[in-house]
Design a protein around this ligand. Structure first.
Ligand code: NAD
Length: 695
């Protein structure tokens, strides 16, 4: 009965007849009057389908059952509304650190998909929602792929330091032009259904209501067959592949380095050597996948995946009960926060004492919609949700008020006093301050328990992390609502204790200031940046300081100095003068670099001297350890995740503390001590290293 009820639940999906057998945990099998077998993937106890040992093991049993009593065709689809299949179970991949066990599992998985692939009757994958990684490999083992409108297809393995490992390489090459298939695997970006159709990955794109008819047509062989891509013939020759691989390698090397991210290079080489021979490619894919799985890059990127889940998942599951948000301050941050909230479906009013600033908020939101390529109707809906509020009428109906006025405690307190009598009962008030301790602001409000920080970073649409800043009087319910809201708008929330610089600015500032000191010593800016890029940072500290704004960096540095004294590198006088002259970085067209629009003009620079990366990065690590010791964040994993998503800290290194542990805590401490002897007490190891060392 339960199985029947579960089967009937998502009524909008064509799921075939009621299941004939119910003794599998993750699969359901039914046969309709035309002898079509409907095989439904419905992973037990999960909102999203993923592939693991149990799911593939059961699939093997189902296939054996079907071989004994063959139907006319098999329809394979997901019974979950969330989509077809998100890929391999990442938890399982993370645990696969025994090479023999890993090989056994991967080979067993291959054997199951090969068995499906070998069916002589038509096998039809019907795909709705995301069909990613192992999910796509499963769909590729079927003869037909029918995409329901809205489906998406991709190989995100490269983002985890891997490439497809369940036959995806050679099966994608069967149906797509080789360079197109490689592009899909190298970039990790999914294709929407129409693009997947245009590239040969799916046979048809259709509305859900046409699924039954399309399945019947495919089963009867009435759907038009794909033609083998013409370039497949050309690239069956090794010489053609070698030439193309050279170009692909060069293009990939412009984006990532092989010593940091070996997977895309391994994939190109795999194809170059074996792209003309499916059997050889199958064996080599397994071998190469297993080698990659053992690399520190893949292990660390799998860890980063888990860190992201750790930040997002608990908050996503919680309720926030926030419908209307009122934003005060329509400047750089306020206007972007309001636009982002409206884009995410919230009703937003925005106020500013400067009517011109306020009037510019809607065009800013329109520009965001344009950048996100929203359909005109969807864009109009976003703009309809964003209300410029000249009278301040939105305050009274707001469940959340976000303050984003300039970084001045007195100004903020005066504003709160003005807002207080108009706030709705139970409304949250959040400040976007980047450096003022909340203790200096909270008593300006009648209920400090409902006051906290929501520290968005600039640019709001690109920076994933949002610090949810809590002082010791914040109500637990307010904290939980704020975390849930941040998750609901597609950002990663991290709860941090109110203390100078919170987490991200606290760890980033010593790194940026150390870069200034290296400039003062005469090292060219591009060389300083090179040292950080060689370590794996996405941008160097000099360029980053210019992007953030030297005025902003200076203000944060002064606050951190006042709080932590010698532990923070000194601010060079020339930097202050530069800011006074208005040379504040990218926004001014001139800062530490000269800027041409979005790009700094960088001269070719000599190699940085050995040890430069340590001088830059170890202060960041030291500040991270101090934050952990002081309880600014709850634990090591949260800290690593927040620093990666908030600063871009080289993800393939698994986070600052994970990096320190991999390198050896004692070695890092010794390196800090040596730097302290050479350059001064700012490098003195934080006492928190002792606890880390003892773990
Ligand atoms: P901004 O100067 O660009 O904008 C502030 C806006 O507030 C202006 O439009 C101003 O007219 C308005 N304003 C001033 N007083 C007001 C009042 N009493 N009532 C209504 N409107 C008022 O500032 P910003 O860069 O957007 O910074 C806002 C806050 O966000 C600051 O606390 C800052 O520290 C923080 N922050 C800034 C960045 C950044 O990169 N700019 C990043 C993170 C956090």
């Amino acid at each position: 009965m339960d199985a029947l009820r579960a089967h009937l639940a998502p009524r909008w999906m064509e799921l075939g007849p009621a299941p004939e057998r119910g003794d599998w945990r993750h699969w359901r099998l039914g046969r309709d009057g035309d002898n079509l077998a409907w095989l439904l993937l419905d992973c037990e106890g999960a909102a999203v389908n993923t592939l693991d040992e149990a799911v593939l093991g059961e699939l093997d049993e189902v296939l054996a059952h079907l071989e004994r009593r063959p139907p006319r065709a098999v329809v394979l689809r997901s019974a979950k509304e969330s989509g077809f299949c998100a890929g391999a179970d990442i938890g399982l991949l993370s645990r696969l650190d025994d090479p023999l066990l890993a090989r056994e599992l991967v080979e067993r998985g291959h054997a199951v998909l090969d068995r499906l692939d070998a069916f002589s009757i038509p096998t039809i994958a019907v795909v709705h929602g995301p069909c990613l990684g192992g999910g796509l490999e499963l769909a590729l083992a079927c003869n037909w792929r029918l995409a329901v409108e809205g489906a998406s297809f991709g190989f995100p393995e490269v983002l985890l330091g891997l490439h497809p490992g369940l036959g995806g390489t050679f099966r994608a090459l069967r149906v797509m032009a080789p360079l197109t298939a490689l592009e899909l695997m190298l970039r990790g970006r999914p294709l929407a259904a129409p693009a997947a159709r245009a590239r040969g990955l799916v046979d048809a794109v259709l509305a859900e209501r046409h699924v039954a008819a399309a399945v019947a047509a495919a089963a009867a062989g009435r759907l038009p067959r794909r033609r083998r891509p013409r370039s497949a013939e050309l690239f069956s020759r090794e010489i053609a592949r070698t030439l193309a691989a050279r170009r692909l390698t060069a293009a990939t090397a412009r984006r990532v380095r092989p010593d940091h991210y070996p997977a895309p290079f391994a994939l190109i080489e795999l194809w170059r050597r074996h792209g003309g021979d499916e059997r050889a490619l199958r064996g080599a894919e397994i071998q190469s996948f297993l080698e990659l799985l053992g690399t520190p890059t893949a292990r660390n990127l799998l860890r980063v995946f888990a860190l992201r889940e750790g930040l997002a998942r608990p908050a996503k599951a919680a309720a926030h009960d926030i419908a209307h948000v009122h934003v005060v301050g329509a400047g750089t941050m306020g206007a972007d926060i309001a636009a982002w909230l409206a884009l995410q479906g919230f009703s937003v009013s925005i106020a500013d004492r400067d009517p011109e600033r306020l009037a510019a908020a809607v065009p800013r939101a329109a520009a965001l919609c344009h950048r996100r390529r929203l359909e005109p109707r969807a864009a109009r809906a976003v703009l309809d949700r964003l209300i410029p509020d000249f009278e301040g009428a939105g305050v009274g109906r707001a469940d959340l008020v976000i303050e984003a006025v300039p970084e001045d405690a007195e100004l903020k307190r005066a504003l709160y006093a003005e807002l207080a009598p108009r706030l709705a009962p139970g409304a949250l008030v959040a400040t976007n301050t980047s450096s003022i301790p909340l203790e200096a602001l909270r008593d300006a409000l009648p209920d400090p328990g409902c006051f906290l920080g929501l520290h968005f970073f600039n640019p709001v649409a690109r920076m994933e992390l949002v610090e949810v800043v809590c002082h010791d009087g914040v109500a637990e319910s307010a904290r939980a609502r704020a975390l849930a809201l941040v998750a609901a708008i597609g950002r990663l929330p991290v709860a941090v204790k109110s203390s100078p610089g919170f987490l991200v600015n606290r760890v980033l500032t010593p790194y940026l200031l150390e870069a200034m000191l290296l400039l003062e010593e005469g090292l060219p800016a591009a060389s300083v940046d090179r040292a950080a890029l060689d370590f794996g940072m996405p941008v160097g500290p000099v360029e980053l300081a210019d992007r953030v704004g030297l005025d902003v960096c200076l203000a944060v540095a002064d606050r951190l100095h006042a709080a932590f004294g010698d532990a923070v590198p000194p601010v060079p006088e020339w930097l202050r003068r530069k800011v006074e002259r208005g040379e504040t970085g990218r926004k001014a067209g001139r800062g530490l670099y000269r800027w041409r629009g979005e790009r700094p003009e960088k001269a070719r620079a000599p190699d940085p001297p050995p040890g430069t990366a340590d001088r830059l990065l170890l202060p960041l690590l030291n500040a991270a350890v101090a934050c952990l010791r002081e309880g600014v964040v709850a634990d090591e994993a949260t800290l690593d995740g927040a620093v990666i998503f908030g600063t871009g800290f080289a993800p393939f290194r698994g986070g600052p503390l994970h990096y320190a542990r991999s390198r050896g805590v004692a070695e890092v401490v010794a390196a800090l001590e040596a730097l302290a002897r050479a350059h001064g007490p700012r490098f003195a190891p934080d006492p928190g290293w002792i606890a880390l060392h003892e773990d």
